[in-house]
Ligand binder design. Structure first.
Ligand SMILES: [Zn+2]
Ligand SMILES: [Zn+2]
Length: 335
């Protein structure tokens, strides 16, 4: 099969590797849609690898002892390879599992853990059925497109009474605008890129603030009666966004961190009575709710997905992402 690779800084392309093989509960999924996330950072910096991508929707094409899926099933491919046996896995919070499996060793495959690829290996437990009539591109938004922000909003119980502040309007944050508007919340976005700001407004953000503005926190306070946002989600993956949200979220408010970088001030958490959440992904038992949002939001998703490329044009796709002039970009490995 063909998989995407990085050969050096700004140099990407395809390489041929052996097809993966199913074993026990691990099945082979033919990837039809692979949304692009933050791999462009590795492309920019030249991290040489043939294992790229963690988001996909596709079709089950080979099984061994799997009983929950069959060849031909259309599925969302969930990230990681958790054990499936620990309390976290049993409770649906598998993303935090401490015992990730080595599925290449288990199946004797040379490749098959990346989604910028024609096939990917996955335990049947991590395959979410796609409802009839939903496209692969839309279903694949149940990965990072809408997923981490959906998980954050589940943790914070976002509803129509909330103003939700979202820092970073890229491949993760933009979907948060759709998810928050679906719940009836008001959205304030934070991103300095004009293309992303315009797209966020188009998706329903009431206002978008440039974090480079020296009075950016004051602008949030002015939009929220001087209090600050009720609930905030950090998706920019930048360190300065953390103290910004600590300042721009109201007392007794909630903040969910999706982006990993940066530090927070414990004193400010205590002073303001903030509740802080780590929101890497979402509880697997909530997947049906997320797919319902996706089913109801087709027109929004078609604005969110601004570009599609065949996998053979991964170089061009990454170069586009580096400009920032895009929403979610989807690769098609069989186009
Ligand atoms: Zn586990
Ligand atoms: Zn992602």
């Amino acid at each position: 099969m063909l998989v995407a690779a990085i050969f050096g800084p700004g140099q990407g392309g395809l390489v041929e590797v052996p097809d993966p093989q199913p074993k026990d509960d691990i099945v082979v999924v033919k990837v039809h849609a692979a949304p692009m996330c933050t791999e462009f950072k590795a492309f920019r910096e030249g991290h040489v690898t043939q294992t790229l991508g963690h988001e996909a929707a596709g079709e089950v094409v080979a099984v061994d002892k799997a009983t929950q899926v069959r060849v031909g099933d259309r599925v969302v491919v969930q990230p990681q390879h958790p054990c499936g046996k620990c309390a976290l896995c049993e409770g649906g919070n598998y993303i935090h599992c401490e015992h990730n499996r080595d599925v290449l060793a288990e199946t004797g495959s040379a490749a098959g853990t990346a989604t910028y690829a024609q096939y990917v290996l996955k335990s049947e437990r991590l395959l979410t059925p796609i409802p009839d009539g939903m496209s692969y591109d839309h279903a694949a938004m149940a990965c990072c497109g809408l997923g981490p922000t959906f998980g954050a909003m589940q943790l914070m119980a976002v509803d129509a009474f909330d103003t939700v502040l979202i820092t970073g309007l890229g491949p993760v944050g933009l979907g948060g605008v759709i998810g928050a508007r679906y719940r009836g919340a008001r959205v304030i976005g934070v991103d300095g890129h004009p293309y992303r700001a315009a797209l966020a407004r188009d998706l329903g953000a009431a206002a978008v603030i440039n974090p480079q503005d020296p009075d950016a926190v004051r602008q949030v306070l002015d939009l929220t009666g001087g209090l600050g946002a009720d609930k905030s989600i950090e998706t920019s993956g930048t360190a300065p966004a953390k103290p910004f949200l600590m300042d721009a979220t109201r007392r007794k408010g909630h903040i969910a961190f999706v982006g990993w970088e940066g530090q927070v001030d414990a004193g400010q958490i205590v002073l303001k009575g903030l509740t802080i959440h780590g929101a890497w992904h979402y509880n697997l038992y909530d997947a049906g709710r997320l797919l319902r949002i996706i089913a109801d939001s087709g027109a929004q998703l078609d604005r969110l997905i601004t570009h599609r490329f065949p996998l053979s044009q991964v170089q061009e796709a990454w170069e586009l992402q580096l400009t920032g002039n895009c929403g979610k970009v989807v690769l098609h490995p069989w186009a």
